[in-house]
Design a protein around this ligand. Structure first.
Ligand code: 6LC
Length: 451
């Protein structure tokens, strides 16, 4: 392995890091270490794996487990685990505070204390109407039921329940200080007998009874970012009555290989000849600064999708376990259906709400993909380092791994690995996977979100 040789040859003094969690080596070139161990990082051949020394042994270590020590000889170019704003670049006090709270709850719930995010969510009609429709389609079922709305924000879903059906009780749980206003909204709309607002983390809340329905709008970018879903799963285990309903009942992550000419031109082609000068030496920097992270709020045009999308993760909200969130893997095999430039992958999610009554509008799906009007989540774009020209009939196969950060519990990294198989210009042959031609392009890339 070239990188390993390069790393081994690096004789610089190194920087001292402290381990924040245990790690067990899975290969002979890796180091096993425990929480609190002090490692000397000698080289950083890539963002995720560093070459380090511990008690005389050397090997690769995952950077996501490490935090730079205060007394290290680090210079300003020290990088956090894949994020330019990682913990290593923050003030020491901030580092300590953040490590004390790997959920960064103060910052997280603080951001939901002001109106900005609530306005964004409430103005997203496709999102809000989907939840309203779920209540409407199940209004008979909801009669006399006990409902828990987890992370209710301004209380819109709880208010829909009270307004459109006749539940026995709705517990609206909200951790941020917005809860105080939510209480006022409930009173102002005359639903204080039905809706009870409880301020606190849903995981810690105490209820007088189990609930028949667990409702929540927990989905983040690429479905899981923020990991609010963990609270949903913990509450399900503790408070959902036998046979109770989960809304959403299912969730899926979808992926499509795509073109992104505009984004590529703005950030990469730009440097080719601005004002008649060659600025291409800045291109590697652009790649590192812009293309190493996912682009949130991307809207992928249908004509830029190079194939039909594919579901890469599918979650059953009744059986999904907190442990499952640590690492999730999906496979894909796309048949390219047009000539184009493969710039990267776009990802989005769908969630399904099963229907619990026969008479009514049936199940509801909220689809945040390019075939529907955009929601506030839009799509997430993952750029390759260099585009690959593809043709109709080519196949792009590979895998996606969502790896939850061991330390920063709201963060994850996404690793995409792909192979482009050049085809025979025959879409049918691709569909049948009838060929396995020599690979044109093989790649793998890990994107932090955000750590
Ligand atoms: C929803 C986020 C709302 O849920 C926001 O108001 C936040 O304060 C609240 N929330 C998040 N996690 C919890 C929790 N564990 N307990 C109580 N309230 C919580 C939109 N965000 C996404 N869908 N990502």
């Amino acid at each position: 392995m070239e990188e390993s040789e390069k790393a081994e040859n690096d004789t610089s003094a190194g920087e001292e890091f402290i381990s924040l969690s245990d790690f067990t080596a899975t290969g002979s070139d890796q180091l096993t270490f425990g929480r609190g161990d002090r490692l000397l990082v000698r080289a950083k051949p890539c963002e995720d794996w560093w070459w380090a020394e511990l008690r005389g042994d050397v090997g690769y270590v995952p950077s996501s487990h490490l935090l730079q020590c205060r007394l290290s000889s680090a210079t300003g170019d020290a990088q956090g685990p894949g994020d330019a704003q990682g913990p290593c670049e923050q003030e020491e006090e901030e580092e300590e505070a953040a490590v004390e709270d790997p959920w960064q709850d103060e910052e997280y719930f603080g951001s939901y204390a002001s109106l900005k995010l609530h306005l964004e969510m409430l103005s997203d009609q496709r999102r809000t109407e989907a939840y309203r429709q779920v209540v409407l389609n199940n209004r008979d079922f909801l009669k006399d039921k006990v409902v828990l709305d987890l992370g209710c924000g301004t209380g819109i879903i709880s208010l829909f329940c009270a307004q459109l059906s006749q539940p026995a009780k709705v517990y609206a749980v909200e951790a941020s200080p917005m809860a105080e206003y939510t209480r006022r909204l409930v009173r102002r709309n005359g639903f204080e007998d039905v809706v009870t607002v409880l301020q606190g983390r849903a995981e810690d809340v105490e209820l007088p009874q189990k609930v028949d329905v667990l409702l929540s709008e927990w989905m983040g970018n690429c479905l899981l970012f923020e990991f609010m879903v963990e609270a949903v799963l913990k509450v399900r285990r503790r408070w959902l009555a036998e046979g109770g309903v989960m809304w959403p009942s299912s969730a899926a992550l979808l992926l499509v290989p795509c073109q992104a000419h505009g984004f590529y031109a703005e950030n990469m082609s730009f440097w080719k000849n601005p004002y008649g000068l060659d600025f291409t030496p800045l291109q590697p920097l652009a790649q590192q600064e812009i293309f190493s992270k996912p682009k949130f709020s991307h809207v992928v045009a249908l004509e830029d999708c190079l194939s039909a999308p594919s579901e890469v993760l599918s979650l059953n909200m009744y059986t999904l376990d907190v442990q499952d969130l640590e690492e999730m893997t999906g496979q894909f095999s796309f048949c390219v259906d047009k000539l184009g430039e493969f710039h990267g992958f776009s990802a989005w999610f769908t969630v399904g709400f099963e229907s619990r009554q026969t008479a009514g509008g049936g199940a509801v799906e909220l689809d945040t993909g390019p075939y529907s009007q955009p929601t506030h989540w839009k799509q997430t774009l993952f750029m390759l380092d260099s585009p690959v020209s593809v043709h109709e009939g080519d196949r792009i196969s590979g895998s996606i791994v969502l790896h939850r950060n061991h330390v920063w519990r709201r963060h994850m990294s996404i690793t995409l690995s792909w192979t482009v198989h050049s085809g025979t210009q025959d879409a049918d042959a691709c569909q049948a996977s009838a060929f396995n031609s020599p690979t044109g392009n093989v790649g793998t890339k890990t994107f932090p979100m955000w750590r």
